[in-house]
Design a protein around this ligand. Structure first.
Ligand code: AMP
Length: 219
């Protein structure tokens, strides 16, 4: 099964994609995570993307499409995937359709998390994660059970994303509304889009997404 998960920055795409990855045995492919890894390595694409990401803008289509092409060609997601953070523009969505067509594959579901902008600024500004195992936390909504110690692996080191601050979040939301939102209509026309309320508790959203997958238009 091949899924695209759409939603504004902070809507919970990453968290939900991880749950669906486990539940359906499909691979989460996050272009944001791939780019952060490239930035960490100091690769060519990482160097090009770093400043753009810090400014809350979108990395050019040709770079991101090449990244996804290489990822799929390397066999990632061959047993099904959930794309988290890609596509983010209509040309990316069109490029994805062409890529899948050449592999005789198709998208089964496009799920869109509907959220409120202001709540996203609050959600993102407080989030951080364990530097060792990646477990996610939030200053107000989900602090570690023991202050400064990861609940999952016991590490005492945490990291915050360079673009998770209120000012950059507002830029990312602008980019989302201007460049990513038109994708909904693109997939609506194909009859594979389902919108899900992303403002509820994490577990409730996971249940709603799971239901949408099981009962969706091509389900
Ligand atoms: P994310 O982790 O999905 O929030 O992505 C973090 C940042 O990476 C975004 O704000 C963009 O700068 C960049 N990025 C991730 N995916 C894409 C994409 N599909 N197209 C363009 N830029 C992207």
């Amino acid at each position: 099964m091949n899924i695209v998960l759409l939603g504004a920055p902070g809507s919970g795409k990453g968290t939900q994609a991880k749950s669906l990855e486990d539940a359906f045995g499909i691979a989460q492919l996050s272009t944001g995570e791939m780019l952060r890894a490239e930035v960490g390595k100091g690769s060519d694409i990482g160097r090009k993307a770093d400043e753009i990401m810090r400014a809350g803008q979108l990395v050019p289509d040709h770079l991101i499409i090449a990244l996804i092409e290489t990822t799929l060609a390397d066999g990632a997601g061959r047993d099904g995937f959930i794309l988290d953070g890609f596509p983010r523009t209509v040309p990316q969505a069109e490029a994805l359709d062409s890529m899948l067509e050449t592999k005789d594959l198709k998208l089964d579901h496009v799920l869109e998390l509907e959220v409120d902008d202001e709540a996203m600024v609050e959600r993102i500004s407080g989030r951080f994660s364990c530097a060792k195992c990646g477990a996610g936390y939030h200053d107000s909504f989900k602090p570690p059970k023991s202050d400064g110690i990861c609940d999952v692996c016991g590490s005492t080191e945490f990291v915050r994303r360079a673009d998770d601050n209120a000012q950059t979040v507002r830029e990312r939301l602008k980019a989302y509304h201007a460049q990513t939102e038109p994708i909904s209509a693109y997939y609506e026309k194909q009859g594979i889009l389902t919108k899900v309320d992303g403002m509820g508790e994490i577990d409730q959203v996971t249940k709603d997404l799971t239901k949408a997958i099981k009962t969706g238009s091509r389900g």
